[in-house]
Ligand binder design. Structure first.
Ligand SMILES: N[C@@H](CCC(=O)N[C@@H](CS)C(=O)NCC(=O)O)C(=O)O
Length: 209
């Protein structure tokens, strides 16, 4: 049994999507950001960073969305979340997940949380630099998908695409949302058509992109 601590539309989304893809029994616990519950002493015992997601697996609290996606994929090899271990496809899968986490996830954190850089609002130059960094990742992914898509691994869907779709969604209010990159938009459409995505929208009460 899994317990996922989540907040709608945030980094917990990829873990929730993975659980829905797997069809694994799980409990959801809402962490109410409005009430600052992510900083409650009890929650901090589970997730010292005061962020979501936290996934409790057999009584162990684990964190980091990309790592949780990988753990779930490995625990449920019968699903399509990851290619078979020790194959070139699996190596590419690991590479993309680490790349997305290392580039987009970390830069978004700075984009959405100026306090991490010590201010309540970004200086325009910092904002522009973060935007440039995020867009450079879209450029690289666009080239890859145009040549080797429609999914990150080519013809086959994998959990890495769920992570990418979540990260693409976060660009929707940015100066240049990901819809301006055609191959990425095509991948977004494919993921949005999946049952797991639609189910998650209903459960988390999300709308739009
Ligand atoms: N590296 C972490 C980042 C998690 C993260 O930044 N979560 C955000 C939501 S997207 C959060 O919980 N923010 C609440 C806060 O910082 O107060 C992961 O991938 O799990």
């Amino acid at each position: 049994m899994y317990t996922l601590y989540y907040s709608p539309g945030t980094a917990s989304m990829v873990v929730h999507l993975a659980l829905l893809e797997i069809g694994a029994p799980h409990e959801l616990r809402l962490v109410d950001f409005e009430a600052d519950e992510q900083h409650d002493a009890e929650y901090l015992k589970l997730n010292a960073g005061g962020v979501v997601p936290t996934l409790v697996i057999d009584g162990r609290a684990l964190t980091e969305s990309a790592a949780l996606l990988m753990m779930l994929a490995e625990r449920h090899p019968e699903t399509k979340l990851a290619p078979a271990p020790r194959t070139p496809e699996h190596d590419a899968w690991t590479q993309w997940i680490v790349y997305l986490s290392n580039t987009l996830m970390s830069t978004y954190r700075l984009w959405f949380y100026p306090a991490e850089l010590g201010s309540s609002e970004h200086d325009p130059a910092i904002r522009a630099a973060l935007q440039k960094k995020i867009e450079s990742v879209w450029d690289r992914l666009e080239t890859h998908l145009k040549n080797h898509g429609p999914y990150l691994l080519g013809a086959e869907f994998s959990g890495a695409d769920l992570l990418l779709a979540m990260l693409m969604r976060w660009s929707r209010n940015m100066p240049r949302p990901v819809s301006e990159w055609p191959a990425l938009s095509r991948l977004a459409d494919l993921i949005r058509a999946r049952q797991s995505w639609q189910k998650l929208y209903a459960i988390e009460g999300l709308s739009g992109w």
